[in-house]
Ligand binder design. Structure first.
Ligand code: ADP
Ligand code: ASP
Ligand code: MG
Length: 456
C-alpha cells in the first residue's frame, strides 16, 4: 500500500500552506506516502524571468530576481521556525543559490540561454520547496526522508519538455525510492524536474509536477495519486470563467485526459496516461479544504449523473489552418500529403474537419506557420486564422444524447462557430470560435448544460 500526494504551487505558497501540507501528509503517514512538491507560488515564473534577463545580458536584473526568490523562501522559513532555520537547510539554500547565481552570470556573459541551461536554473524552485517541507517535517520529529528525484526521474534530453523513460524510472524507483518508503514514514521529493542518463537536469514542461506524481505513482505501484491544489477537484468549467462551476465527483480516465488536453489547467495533459497504464485512481483535492468535495478519476468513471456533458474546457490562442486542394477534385493522397508535412515539422494537430476539397485543422499559437505554409503552398491554397479558441464539451454520454447539437448551437446562437468536430473517441465535441468569444461561449454552454434550468 502506498500513496503519492502532489502539492501545486499555490498549496505551498507561504508558511501557513506549508503547515497545512505537513498536516495533510502526516495524516496520511500510515499509507507510506511519497510527497511530490511544486515550486512555491510563482517561483518558477520568477526563475524563467531571471533566465531571460540574463539572456539579454542584464546581469543585475537577473541576480536581483534570484535574490528575491531566495529572500521569499527565507521569509517563509523564518515564519515556520520563528527564528533560526536549521543549519542543514540554511547550507542547502546557500549552496544552491550560489550555483544558480553562477549559472545566471554565465548566461549573461554569453547572452545565450540554451534550453539545457534554463532547465538547470528553473529546477531551483522544486529543490527549494521540497527541502523546506522535508526540514519542517524533520523539525516536528515526523519520520521522513528527502529524495532528489533526479535519481529516479530519468528522461531523454528534450530540455524544456523532456520525455520520461518509464522502464528506467521503474527500475530506479525500486533502487532509490522504495527503500526510503514505509508505513509511518514520509518521503518528500520534487515534481517537474528529472535528469538524463548522464545526470543533466531536465524538466517535464510547465505544470509538469502532476505528471511527475503519476509517473512516480505508476513506478511504485501506488494505490492512489492525490493531486492537491486550490479547487475542490475538477469542476464543470474553469472557475475563472464560470464562478458557479461545480465539482465533478467521478470521472473516467478518458474524460480526465480529454479535459486536461483541451485546456483544463487543473491537470497537466500527460497526467492520466501513467495512471491508466497502472490502473491507479487519481483524485484531485483542495489543500485548504481537505474535508471538502473532491474528484476521483478511475477507469470506470461516474455513472450517477445523466447530464450529456461532464465538463467544458477551452484553450486559446490557437490557429486554424484551412487547406484547399489546388486541383478541382479531391485527390487521393491529399490528406496523407498534408499530414506528412505536419509530421515532418513536428507540429501537433488537435482538431480536424474535412470537406470535399478542403481540410481545416487547429494548431497551437506558436506553430511554425510560415514553414507550414511554404510546404503546403506547393500543392494547396492555404489560409490561416489566428486568435481563435477551442471550446470542448467532454463526456462519456455525449454520443448517447439525442438533440445535443441543437442544444449546443441553440445555447450559443449569437456566436459564430467556425469549425465543429466530434472527436473519434466520441467523448469530445469541439468548437472553434474567435478568441474574444471564448469566455462567453463557455459561460453560455455551461448555463445551458449545467445551469438550474438545464435538464439533467
Ligand atoms: P497547481 O499550482 O496546484 O498545479 P494550477 O493552477 O495548475 O494549480 O491548476 C488549478 C487551477 O486550474 C484552478 O485554480 C483553476 O483556475 C484552473 N482550472 C481550469 N479549468 C479547471 C477545471 N475544469 N476544474 C478546476 N480547475 C480548473
Ligand atoms: N513549478 C512548475 C511550473 O510552475 C511545475 C508545476 O508547478 O507543476 O510550471
Ligand atoms: Mg498545475
Amino acid at each position: 500500500m502506498s500513496l503519492v500526494l502532489k502539492f501545486g504551487g499555490s498549496s505551498v505558497a507561504d508558511a501557513a500552506c506549508v503547515r497545512r501540507v505537513a498536516e495533510i501528509v502526516t495524516g496520511a503517514a500510515a499509507r507510506s506516502p511519497v510527497v511530490v512538491l511544486s515550486a512555491m507560488g510563482k517561483t518558477t515564473d520568477a526563475l524563467f524571468a531571471a533566465a531571460q534577463a540574463a539572456e539579454r545580458g542584464e546581469t543585475e536584473a537577473a541576480l536581483k530576481a534570484l535574490r528575491e526568490v531566495v529572500a521569499k523562501h527565507k521569509q517563509v522559513c523564518s515564519e515556520l521556525w520563528q527564528g533560526e532555520l536549521p543549519v542543514d537547510l540554511q547550507q542547502f539554500i546557500e549552496a544552491l543559490s550560489t550555483q544558480i547565481d553562477m549559472l545566471l552570470r554565465g548566461v549573461a556573459l554569453l547572452r545565450e540561454l540554451s534550453a539545457r541551461s534554463r532547465d538547470a536554473i528553473v529546477s531551483f524552485g522544486e529543490l527549494l520547496s521540497s527541502q523546506i517541507v522535508a526540514a519542517f517535517l524533520h523539525s516536528r520529529s515526523v519520520p521522513s526522508a528527502w529524495l532528489d528525484v533526479r535519481r529516479v526521474m530519468r528522461t531523454d534530453a528534450g530540455f524544456g519538455g523532456a520525455e520520461p523513460q518509464t522502464d528506467e524510472i521503474a527500475t530506479l524507483a525500486r533502487i532509490e525510492l522504495t527503500p526510503l518508503m514505509g508505513p509511518g514514514r514520509i518521503v518528500v521529493t520534487q515534481g517537474y524536474i528529472g535528469s538524463t542518463k548522464d545526470g543533466i537536469t531536465t524538466t517535464l514542461g510547465r505544470g509538469g509536477s502532476d505528471y511527475s506524481a503519476s509517473l512516480l505513482g505508476a513506478a511504485i505501484g501506488a494505490d492512489e495519486v492525490q493531486i492537491w491544489t486550490d479547487v475542490e477537484g475538477i469542476l464543470t468549467a474553469d472557475p475563472r470563467m464560470v464562478p458557479e462551476a461545480m465539482p465533478i465527483l467521478e470521472l473516467s480516465f478518458r474524460e480526465g485526459a480529454e479535459l486536461a488536453a483541451f485546456g483544463a489547467r487543473v491537470l497537466h495533459p500527460a497526467t492520466i496516461q501513467p495512471a491508466v497504464e497502472a490502473n491507479i485512481p487519481v483524485t484531485v483535492r483542495h489543500t485548504m479544504r481537505p474535508l471538502g468535495k473532491f474528484s476521483t478519476i478511475t477507469a470506470k468513471g461516474g455513472s450517477g449523473s445523466a447530464r450529456p456533458a461532464t465538463a467544458i474546457a477551452s484553450r486559446s490562442p490557437i490557429q486554424v489552418i484551412t487547406i484547399e486542394s489546388t486541383r478541382m477534385l479531391a485527390q487521393s493522397g491529399f490528406l496523407a500529403r498534408i499530414f506528412e508535412v505536419f509530421g515532418r515539422l513536428g507540429v501537433s494537430v488537435d482538431v480536424v474537419a474535412t470537406a470535399e476539397v478542403s481540410v481545416s485543422l487547429t494548431v497551437e499559437a506558436n506553430a511554425p506557420i510560415e514553414k507550414i505554409k511554404r510546404e503546403l503552398d506547393a500543392f494547396a491554397h492555404v489560409s490561416v486564422a489566428s486568435d481563435r479558441a477551442l471550446v470542448a464539451l467532454v463526456g462519456e454520454r455525449l454520443k448517447h444524447t439525442p438533440g445535443l447539437a441543437a442544444r449546443v448551437f441553440g445555447a450559443i446562437s449569437s456566436i459564430n462557430v467556425e469549425m465543429i468536430s466530434m472527436g473519434s473517441n466520441e467523448i469530445n465535441l469541439s468548437l472553434v470560435v474567435e478568441r474574444r468569444d471564448e469566455a462567453s461561449a463557455v459561460r453560455m454552454l455551461h448555463q445551458a448544460l449545467f445551469g438550474s434550468a438545464a435538464t439533467k
